[in-house]
Design a protein around this ligand. Sequence first.
Ligand SMILES: N[C@@H](Cc1ccc(O)cc1)C(=O)O
Length: 471
Amino acid sequence: MLKPVRRWPSTAHRIPLRWKVIPLTRNLHSGRDLLSELSARQLIADVTRPDDFAKHLQKSRTIYAGIDPTAKSLHAGHLIPLLCLLHFRMRGHNTLALIGGATGLVGDPSGRMMERSLSEKAQIESNTVKLTHSIQQFFSRATEYALDKAPSLATFSQLQVVNNIDWLKELNLLDFLRSTGIHFRVNHMLARDSVKLRMSAHNGITFTEFTYQLLQGYDFYELFRTMGCTIQVGGSDQWGNILSGIDLINKVEGDCAGYNEGCFALTTPLLTTSQGEKFGKSAGNAVWLDEKLTSYLDFYQFFLRTTDADVEKYLKMFTLLPVEEIDDVVREHGIQPERRLAQKLLAKEVTLLIHGKEGLEAARVATNVLFGTDYSTLHAKDIVKSLANDPRLVLCTEDELLGITLPNIAAKFGLASSKSAARQLALGNGLYLNNVPQPDVHLKLERSHLIDGQVAILRAGKDTHLILALR
Ligand SMILES: N[C@@H](Cc1ccc(O)cc1)C(=O)O
């Protein structure tokens, strides 16, 4: 039998006391105001009702951004919405990070020409656990970074991670159609860019993906109703999904004129590099924020390789350095671009933001080992730590290392294809020990050759390394 339709109870959408709006006493008025700061940092693609939005932000609000758990960690592409949330958080707004444990099971058609294949439930669940950790870690490191960079701005408010499976799994299909579906008109849904794009493609769109916008719309309504959330942030391909939520809230809340100031959307640009590639990929692979997936070194190097055309934008988007300071650095960089002053600053700041001081130190040590020329400051324990998880670091026993000629070691550990190839390389001054060519093919390795008596850095030619460390 059909259950009675759940009408939205007239008091259910009252904001609970703990989410009551709190006027901001400081920060919002100190320095540039939030929306213009975000826009100076090129973090805004679009906002709804900008004047009302700016006024709305004069009190402490609750804001959310959602991520579907299609991958097991955050990656560099997530940095833009995350930094946007960080700016809100620093100015005392409550921040919700939503993990789409339910929407991840359905698949967002936005910005995609092809239907996704449905992910396994177990995969989504395991990704959800990892992403929750990733997000918490991001905000805890970013908080430290923000306190260091902009102490006068930082009044951190709540950060909470929520999962939409918690409310969407409870929905009953018939109730949902009668209470929520009734507010969506198919002609409007068809007009959304995400759907239009797919309607024009050969295979069209399945009903499953077509309903995605209702689910994301429902999320916004749920967070508005239960937590007083009035702002949603997302990449620019999320515009339609966010507006679905605002429309739903307006329709359900329509009778609450005066009480409901309305809700707001803020989209961030989808970044492509100046070479037209999607930002956040290195040699076709995602650059992850988890150091087990992308090492400190590779993360640092990724930002160090930024082109001159992109570096100013990235400094503004991905660091909390004041915009004026960035302008000065970029001016100085322009005088001698080959010194890569701006890129070095960018790599340093973003590594600090994501991996903290220890991560930055590890990236610097590893950079010196692999690309530097001055080994005098290197210490064995730092080398081993900085290259943990890097296949170029091999732990070995004394027997495998001491009393053996360098070409033999190079061949044994795969730095050269054979002993004779290694000898040829050495004779041609192409085999290095701790950055010095070693043409003596009979030289046997002794403890005194090792850095701190523990580590030998071998190199074949310009840039093929093998770092051997005694266990
Ligand atoms: N649709 C968003 C993720 C998301 C999911 C649920 C939401 O309520 C909000 C956002 C994306 O794919 O990036």
